[in-house]
Ligand binder design. Structure first.
Ligand SMILES: Nc1ncnc2c1ncn2[C@@H]1O[C@H](COP(=O)(O)OP(=O)(O)OP(=O)(O)O)[C@@H](O)[C@H]1O
Length: 241
């Protein structure tokens, strides 16, 4: 689904992503895990075609970026960390509008909205104003808009930030359910979230890809592995001494 080869991103002189290569297979839920500033959002913004790489090759569903950006974007549903919701719209109006923006034909929009609402458990709140919804339901609206246009790949940027524990559990359930039909990339700095939801984890540290972990096969504890791989350099040096 995704091939990333020697990806580097600089913001001016700041190196945010440093020579990263990885593959995301179809139908797998990947966690993009790393401390603050590790490069997660930068990578997601490149995969979704919103940012250009400084160097390296990225292919999404067979479409190289940036050459085939429109075709690649059509294969991706994205939930940014701050979903662009319009509080004065009803859920139904917003999803219809989001489908229009994604180029879904008018005749297909009601069925697409219905299907996205069904997948995300929003059918009952379709007539409600977004501003009247809880944060958990708003996040589901964000996930529903990501499903419009039938993308094969869903990218979720820290989707559970600010949710209460019950809402987190519900959203985890929804993401696992989506993983049965989609390839999913979920960015997080919560280890328990990645363990609960993902099949594999890409661990980032200071712009580097420190490890690709198959969570079912990995015998070592994810917390231990994460701390070791993302420790600041001075600490790692001391350990080796
Ligand atoms: N627009 C920008 N201009 C300059 N530097 C940036 C910009 N965006 C990100 N950076 C820097 O690039 C590095 C990677 O940032 P990025 O936001 O990708 O990390 P992240 O892992 O998503 O962090 P967080 O978990 O805090 O969201 C950081 O050092 C950050 O300060």
């Amino acid at each position: 689904m995704i091939e990333v080869s020697h990806l580097t991103k600089k913001y001016g002189s700041r190196l945010a992503v440093d020579d990263i290569s990885f593959t995301v297979e179809d139908g797998v839920i990947y966690g993009l895990l790393g401390p603050n500033g590790a490069g997660k959002s930068t990578i997601m913004n490149i995969l979704t075609g919103y940012l250009a790489a400084t160097e390296g090759q990225v292919t999404v569903a067979g479409h190289p970026l940036p050459e085939e950006a429109d075709a690649a974007k059509a294969c991706v549903g994205y939930l940014p960390e701050q979903p662009p919701l319009y509080p004065e719209m009803t859920v139904a109006e917003y999803l219809d509008f989001a489908a229009e923006l994604k180029g879904v034909k008018k005749a297909d929009r009601p069925a697409q909205v219905q299907s996205a609402a069904h997948r995300t458990g929003l059918e009952e709140v379709l007539p409600r104003l977004i501003r009247s919804l809880s944060k958990g339901y708003r996040q589901r609206v964000g996930v529903a808009q990501a499903l419009l246009g039938s993308p094969q790949l869903i990218i979720l940027d820290e989707p559970t930030v600010g949710l209460d524990p019950a809402q987190v559990i519900e959203l985890h359930r929804l993401i696992r359910e989506l993983g049965r039909t989609h390839t999913v990339i979920l960015s997080s700095h919560i280890l328990s979230e990645v363990k609960a939801v993902c099949d594999k984890a890409l661990i980032l540290s200071q712009g580097h890809l420190a490890a690709v972990v198959d969570l079912a096969a990995e015998e070592r504890d994810l917390e231990e592995l994460f701390l070791e791989l993302t420790a600041p350099e001075e600490t790692s040096d001391k350990k080796e001494d």
